[in-house]
Each structure stands twice: as C-alpha cells, then as structure tokens.
Design a protein around this ligand. Structure first.
Ligand code: ZN
Length: 455
C-alpha cells in the first residue's frame, strides 16, 4: 500500500528542508520531495521531523532495576558492585516478566526518540541455569515486546562462556547466561524463529566481552551470521583493562584488533579506555563505537575520547544500555557535556560554525543504523519510514526552526520535546504518548510490585 505524508520541516541527509513530501511503500521510503505542495491535513505533520534515532545497545530487563543500586557502597564502589545487584535481580525473572519489563522499556524508548534497537540479549536460561524447553524463550519475550510496541529490532543473542579472561570458569550469578558452542547454535536457530514475523528485524551475534569468550570464539561466532552485526562489550572499566594486560598481555582493544579483522559489521560497546593507537585503529576499521553516555556516567566508567575520535573519522552511535534513563536527546547531551567538562571548552563535537545538535544527531543516526544492520537512520529513499516529530509549540523550541530548534530540543529541554513517532510508516506515538502506554505500564507495575515484594 502506498502512503504519502507531508512534513512541514524535515532533517534530510543534506540538512533541513521545508514542505517535504515522502512516499512510503511497505514501510519503506520510496521518494522524498522537498518543496512540495501541502496535502490534506490528515496526512500532514505540522511539526519538525527528524530521522528516528537507533538505540544501538540495551539490556531491556535492566529497566526493572533502574534506581535500585544508588546506595553508597565500598569506597571503590563501581560497576562491579552494581553487577552484583543486577545478578540478584535477574535471578527472579521469568520470560513473562522479561516481556513486561521490555515492553515498558520499549514504550519509553519510542517516547524518547528511539525507533530501532539492537538488544544485547544475554539472559537466556531458567533460574536453575538449565535451558528452557525453547532455548530462545527469553529472546522470544524480547521479540514479543518489540511486536507489541512497534520498535524496530536487531536481536543480538549473546555468547557467554567464561567468568573472566583466560577462560576462567563462570560463577553462579552467570548461570543463566552461559552456553557452549553447540547450545549457542541452537539458541541462534530459536532466535531466528522468534523474530520471523517482525517487520524488517535482523539477527546478529554478540560475543559478550573478551572476559566471557575464548579468543578463537571471536572468528567462529562472527562467521555464524555472515553480513550481520557483531557487537562486543569492551574496555568499559579500568579493572577490565588491567586484568586483560595481566592475563592476556595486551589491552582489550589491542587484543581484539590483533585477533580478528575489525570491519563495519563490528560495534564496540563503550570502548571507554583507549590509547591513541587503539582509538585510531577503531576509527580506521570502519567499526562503530557504541557509546552509552548516561549509563557510563551512572556506573563511573570514564569518558570516551569523542573529539579526537571524530577527528580520526570514527563512526559512533548511542545506546541506553542499563536503561536507567531513556531519552535519545539526553544521551547526546551527556556525550557532548562529558567532552566539554574534560576539555573545558564548548561545542566540541561539531565543526567550527556548525550546529552541535545537528552534527550529533546525524552522526549517531548513521552509526546506529550501521550497528543495527538495517536501512534506517535517515529520511531518504530506500530507508525504513522511521521518524519522529518535535512539538514546535514546546517552550524550549517555540519560534525556532532548523538547527536552532534541534539544538534547543537536545540542550534546552528536560527531555526530547517529542510529538509523534512513526515506525515503518505506522504512527505509534501521538502527542507524546505511545498508543499502548497505559496497558504496558499497568502490566509492568504488577510485575514490579511482585518482584520487589519478593526481594
Ligand atoms: Zn551493556
């Protein structure tokens, strides 16, 4: 079915344009015509449209534990104490709980400007560590939540085999994640079945980290889904870097680059602690740096070297990771502010004279699309019709247009002042509200009350 929509103003790959008519067939944009005459009101958006932001990294179930690990712990409290809270929380979850929590997270993603997700999915097995009858039951729950909410999905079943570098045995808290190569292949088959009915969904692979797989797993796992995305957590924490040097004799990114040929299929999640050579090596490879600025701030990870990485031509995108807060604009703002705080200068990501908001939005859309392995991230012919519109009457952007409006939406509003969200040509958010917000929230509330009462 062919559909035409009229956008009063839209961010196209070449910049902002007015009166843009877009033609959509089967959820894909087949034509983009700037300067077109308006059509009838039922098919037009008076607001400003941006390409929907791909969210390149999330663990959806962690939305349910957001805020539960903010008590001050030991002086060295960091990621590793947070990880203990996470292990205890996920001990209680079954697939229905995961679907309810994921659906809530996905509604918030869509209401926060994200229209696609690469879900880094590592919670696989039953509470005793044994696979469910359908080994991909948990992935199925994630796919069902995507189907319910309309979020575009790239599912990344995680290969998790070991407890630390050097193939150390996994610990009790990791029993629900662990597969050997044989069970991982069955998991991939089950995951392919789980996403079969989702529009334009993709299935990639994810070796969890260099802590959790053997070096020879990297080539093996990336060969299982040729052409599809490969994501890995890397160099998030200094302890991880120190362990890597101590046990493997190299820093994590150095070890990765020396082990396998990095290319555009790869997405390196966090990549926080890099030498200049590692940073430039990622940029040269064409891989995407998967930055999660809010989570990295929350966990005290450190600051990614965004400015010099951009100067080296590196691709990046953003992810909501722990889902402690979900907003595409807030992720970009946190990224930019981290650079300003470190370098004590303003407007670091953009070229001189250019809009920071536009530079960040366009770059993160391109990198996020690449990491999701889908034709998304631009209002352009051949891309999925995934876009968001901003509320032009919102106090942060009223009276503004183009780059000023986008800069203000990111830097001058508490959350992205969003009005409508269209995914694959279908409107799922109207006036800032997801069409299933109330029912998803009610089910989530029931699950959370039960889980927390049992804690
Ligand atoms: Zn993560």
């Amino acid at each position: 079915m062919t559909k035409t929509l009229h956008l009063a103003e839209a961010l196209l790959p070449q910049g902002f344009a007015s009166n843009v008519k877009i033609t959509i067939e089967g959820g894909v944009i087949t034509a983009v015509e700037p300067g077109a005459a308006p059509v009838d009101a039922g098919h037009s958006f008076a607001a400003m449209a941006l390409p929907g932001m791909p969210n390149l990294h999330s663990h959806a179930f962690q939305r349910g534990m957001a805020g539960l690990s903010e008590q001050r712990g030991a002086p060295e409290d960091s990621f590793w104490t947070w990880r203990e809270v996470m292990y205890r929380f996920l001990d209680r979850l079954d697939p229905d709980d995961v679907q309810a929590i994921a659906a809530q997270a996905f509604v918030e993603m869509l209401e926060g400007g994200f229209t696609a997700l690469a879900e880094f999915h590592y919670l696989h097995h039953d509470k005793d560590g044994r696979p469910y009858a359908n080994i991909a039951a948990m992935g199925q729950a994630v796919a069902a939540a995507a189907a319910e909410t309309g979020l575009g999905l790239t599912l990344l079943p995680v290969l998790y085999r070991f407890g630390n570098f050097g193939e150390a045995p996994s610990v009790h808290g990791q029993r629900r994640f662990v597969n050997d190569r044989e069970s991982y292949q069955r998991l991939l088959e089950g995951s392919a079945a789980a996403i079969r009915d989702l529009p334009d969904a993709r299935l990639g692979v994810a070796p969890h980290s260099l802590r959790a797989v053997a070096l020879d797993d990297l080539g093996w796992v990336s060969s299982l889904r040729p052409g599809e995305p490969v994501h890995i957590h890397i160099a998030e924490q200094m302890r991880e870097v120190d362990d890597s040097v101590k046990i493997m004799g190299k820093r994590p990114v150095e070890l990765l680059i020396d082990t396998i040929p990095l290319d555009r299929r790869w997405c390196l999640i966090h990549a926080t602690h890099l030498t200049d050579a590692e940073r430039d090596g990622i940029a040269r490879s064409g891989a995407v740096a998967g930055l999660c600025p809010i989570t990295e701030s929350s966990l005290g990870d450190g600051i990614f070297d965004g400015v010099r990485y951009r100067d080296a031509g590196g691709a990046f995108g953003v992810g909501s990771d722990s889902n402690i807060q979900i907003d595409a604009g807030a992720e970009l703002r946190q990224l930019e502010y981290s650079q300003r705080l470190r370098d004590r200068r303003r407007a670091l990501y953009a070229e001189e004279g250019a809009s920071t908001g536009v530079a960040l939005w366009q770059a993160a859309c391109a990198g996020g699309a690449q990491a999701c392995g889908r034709a998304i991230g631009a209002i352009a012919q051949g891309c999925r019709a995934d876009f968001i519109t901003l509320d032009v009457d919102h106090p942060a952007i009223v009276g503004k247009s183009g780059a000023e409006a986008l800069d203000s939406a990111i830097f001058a509003a508490n959350a992205l002042p969003l009005r409508d969200v269209v995914v694959g040509g279908r409107r799922v958010v109207t006036e800032g509200r997801h069409t299933a917000r109330d029912s998803v929230r009610a089910r989530f509330a029931g699950v959370m009350r039960r889980l927390l009462a049992a804690a």
